[in-house]
Design a protein around this ligand. Sequence first.
Ligand code: SAH
Ligand code: SF4
Length: 374
Amino acid sequence: MTLDTVTPRTNLLGLTREEMETFFVSLGEKKFRAAQVMKWIHHEGCDDFESMTNLSKALRTRLEELAEVRGPRVVYEGASQDGTRKWVLEVEDGSYVETVLIPAEGGKRRTLCVSSQVGCSLDCSFCSTGKQGFQRNLTSAEVIGQVWVASNSFGARRDTNRPVTNVVMMGMGEPLMNYNAVVPAMKLMLDDNGYGLSKRRVTLSTSGVVPMIDKLGDELDVSLAISLHAANDELRNELVPLNRKYNIATLLDSCRRYLDKCDDTRMLTIEYTLMKDVNDQQLHAQELATLLGDLPCKINLIPFNPFPHSGYEKPSRNQVMRFQHWLEELGHTAPVRMTRGDDIDAACGQLVGRVKDRTKRHERYIQSIQIDAD
Ligand code: SAH
Ligand code: SF4
């Protein structure tokens, strides 16, 4: 066979229900095949058509010729004593992304932190992903593939006891700069034939791509987390360069529009990474409390996770507590979660040195946030 006669097979892993239905209709099949195949893929973790026994032999043979179910390759899987699990995944062009599953509430809640891009173009001054530059967008199969891999590691038939109960789009990358892949992947997280998660348990975190927040609100009502980190434009311009394009007032207006479109009482999550002497003083707490006013939100205080040559420092534990106290006195809920042990990092770092720093940072980060328990 010469190269030009090879047509790539359709990867069914990243197709939404509508896309899957269109695919089966194009084969002259009934629409309900879509739900059947989705359940095999996402409920059973199945990637081989031969095992899909409720399809005819003829259809299975055809699917083998035309399609595939291809997830990211697991390069490293680690479990820590506190129940945290981590995967380093190799995606199409040999890049690595990491996915971390953090248990909480005695194992009742298991939150998966999912990446949307390899690198990031937005260059926030305190973020190691930003410092590494932008490599590429992940495909929808690579985004949902992270949930697929994490779920599969718990074995098949998991609709009664979900391995992943919550997803936060807080791994590498800016999800709203990869809208066309992230939205289909989130639809699969919500779909009953996919992962069946409630919209309150799927959270997209953004540094504030305002037009895309509006667009997202027209299509989905997942929970929204905003990486604010500063309550005045001068400081935020420095920390989050995207602020020069969409300033704080513009960003908060789009958040209000987003909340208005949700058909329930939804709170925003405001992420505020505390950096020593940069944004951790009483004045900053007052400014933040005034800015947020009566916006329905919860502030997540995140002690800065240091990385080499960042130029920033983590505030002391006492300073973090003081900051939290100032906010609470001003009427704002501001949980802080201090980081736990990270006994899987050493092993991971030895195995995949290239992603070590980022992996460590994201794991610490995800341990330090608190997303709607719902
Ligand atoms: N691009 C999106 C989502 C990925 S970053 C966003 O910016 O929201 C996830 C979170 O990690 C963001 O709130 C980001 O500001 C924060 N973050 C990045 N680097 C950090 C660091 N070194 N310490 C603490 N939080 C950090
Ligand atoms: Fe990108 Fe988010 Fe890092 Fe900023 S904080 S550089 S938007 S990944």
